[in-house]
Ligand binder design. Structure first.
Ligand code: NDP
Ligand code: 8X3
Length: 255
């Protein structure tokens, strides 16, 4: 019987790379996101490439009713979730609070914080019933240090750090491991989403140094879930070699 991993935000970036990596490691996967066409294409590809079973679920993690309907409605065969990767998330804009847009803040808080809670609330009981499981939350260096303009995004990732620690305590009696991976700069759609499609601003984030790629983070997740049951890699900060803090990068200069 193959193990089952449930990955939120698998339509691009880190979540997609984790799906690819865990499928290659022979996990059956529940993959989620709002873009159904990308989910279905990924499901087809991973089934063909890796011979694993994939259940694509198209929902918005901000909608608690959708989360409840999809997760509580999982076919019995899919309820035995071994690994939950809470990855779905985003930053929106880079503005000081005094100039911020409420809608941007709500998108971040509702996705990164409330969405993670909604999904965990519905998936954890399946793990508790079986007295086994591993929850991996994708935090960020922005959950360790703040930077100007990062305010609300940083607050959501500090919250992910707090929730990870609290969940680890609450799920301890049930033998469920809870971990966090906190990446620095990873070249994905993240900055394009943050800057609302402005390609020039997005590309600028990754210029002059080699950022992480999504597969680097997937490797870390795969290592964590591959550890023997008595080992919990509780928390990992992963940075590009050219990054030393949330805002300090060693960049090549022209000329
Ligand atoms: P991407 O933009 O490439 O991927 C984000 C994923 O989240 C997509 O699959 C998207 O799916 C999903 N998502 C966003 N909003 C929702 C929603 N409301 N409901 C369901 N799914 C949603 O970015 P990354 O892969 O870089 O980001 C993944 C995680 O990594 C995020 O939590 C981010 O904060 C974190 N992170 C990223 C870093 C980076 O530098 N890239 C660094 C540190 C942390 P869809 O649009 O189909 O719904
Ligand atoms: C994404 C990394 O530094 O842009 O979480 O906030 S950062």
């Amino acid at each position: 019987m193959r193990r089952i991993a449930f990955i939120t935000g698998a339509t691009s970036g880190i979540g997609e790379a984790v799906a690819q990596r865990l499928a290659a490691d022979h996990f059956d996967l529940i993959i989620t996101g709002r873009r159904g066409d990308r989910l279905n294409a990924l499901a087809e590809k991973l089934t063909a490439d890796c011979g694993v079973a994939i259940l694509p679920l198209c929902f918005d993690v901000r909608d608690s009713q959708q989360v409840e309907a999809y997760v509580d409605g999982l076919p019995e065969r899919w309820q035995a979730v071994d690994v939950l990767v809470n990855n779905a998330g985003l930053a929106v804009e880079l503005k000081p609070v005094h100039d911020g847009l409420l809608d941007d803040w709500e998108r971040m808080i509702d996705t990164n914080l409330k969405g993670l809670l909604y999904v965990t609330r519905r998936v954890a009981p399946y793990m508790i019933t079986r007295r086994r499981g591993h929850i991996i939350n994708i935090g960020s260096i922005a959950g360790r240090e703040v930077y100007a303009g990062g305010n609300v995004y940083c607050a959501t990732k500090y919250a992910v750090d707090a929730l990870t620690k609290g969940l680890r305590m609450e799920l301890l009696p049930y033998g469920i491991r809870v971990s966090q991976v906190a990446p620095g700069a990873v070249a994905t759609s993240f900055s394009l989403v943050r800057f609302k499609g402005d390609r020039r601003r997005a590309d600028n984030v990754y210029e002059g140094y080699e950022p992480l790629c999504a597969a680097d983070i997937a490797d870390v997740v795969a290592y964590m879930v591959g550890c023997p049951p008595h080992v919990n890699i509780a928390d990992v900060l992963v940075l590009p070699a050219a990054q030393a803090s949330a805002s300090l990068f060693e960049k090549e200069r022209d000329g």
